[in-house]
Design a protein around this ligand. Sequence first.
Ligand code: C5P
Length: 412
Amino acid sequence: MSGISATLEGKRLLLGLTGGVAAYKAAELTRLFVKAGVDVRVVMTDAATRFIGTATMQALSGQPVFTDLWDARIPDHMAHIELSRDRDLILVAPATADFMARVAGGMADDLLTTLCSARRCPLLVAPAMNVEMWSNPANLRNVELLQRDGVTILGPAVGDQACGETGLGRMLEPEQVFELVATQLAGPGRTGALAGKKVLVTAGPTFEPIDPVRGITNISSGKMGYAVAQAAAEAGAEVLLISGSTALAVPRGVRRIDVQTAQDMHSAVMKNVAKQDIFIAVAAVADYHVVGRKEHKIKRGKGNLTLDLAPNPDILGAVAALAKRPFCVGFAAETENLREYAQAKRLKKNIPLLAANLAQHAFGKDDNALTLFDDSGEHILPRASKIDLARQLVAHIVEMLQPKRGVTRKSR
Ligand code: C5P
């Protein structure tokens, strides 16, 4: 039995299919899960049955397929509750724009949406649709709503589409969906390229109080750091996220410690760093804090108000200086001279890898572009969603951690 099968054996999946040409990929996906020892229960919408037969899905899963909210095989007509109660996870692949809109809106008017609405287990969806449908503002809004509600979105990929157009919206390949879902089904630290590794990520802005109601902060949204935490968790790592104040949901499988100031973040990192294998400093840490924070609200005066600012600890610098240090990855947000500043920062902080981005293209946005700097040179990760970039960054780290085989990586 392979390692992954050993950890998936006996796990229970509810696989939902909605109406899209990519439904054929769900057949292969079912085969991969069943082969790995997973108990797969299939639920299909009416539209899905127009693309692939229930007989095919029944044969591949080895179980009856459900399509009807009022299925008489379930006692008391409780299919919408019963079918998901014993499941470890619900995966909907392919997921249409319509399905995502209905779940994002809390609608529950067929078997699959009622199951999602009444679930107690994680929900993962693999969207599949035309490029224009994917980039439609309403769809992107629904994707964001789902993510905020803790739903994991797998993909989509860029490529040829059934309609003849090309672009973002293709469903990920069955093997890719399997890998991502298997990691989550197995639980943290069980499978994936970072299985057994502990990863510490800092994210978000810090806030330096001036008085009880005011402070100094920056416009970091935390999205890049949270994406990095999610990508590391997807790769099987046990992830601890130390986060400044953000409006983001904790990625599934990640443990979060909330902090406010740079000094709090420094203390939390130093307290937890000893057991970590990898430290990824994505947080936009304030360089200074206010000396003599006022106990009461400062009143408006006539003249200028002068704040006395003292430097904050350099968290990444402190971790990189430890005798027994984790693999350290830094981020640099610059507004100009990206390459020059980033290289200098990597050498000054004495870290093996630094990801640089232009602040004006990164802060608060859902997409970004990164340039990675390491000993082998410069690696450009072109503009993509932050989660895609985070997955590429994690893949780069995995590659750097692999024992050298006398092959030099190509730099771009
Ligand atoms: O602020 P700066 O551009 O120098 O940040 C570069 C890297 O150092 C980032 O990875 C950031 O998270 C980290 N940093 C830190 N502590 C600070 C300042 C920055 O860990 N006080």
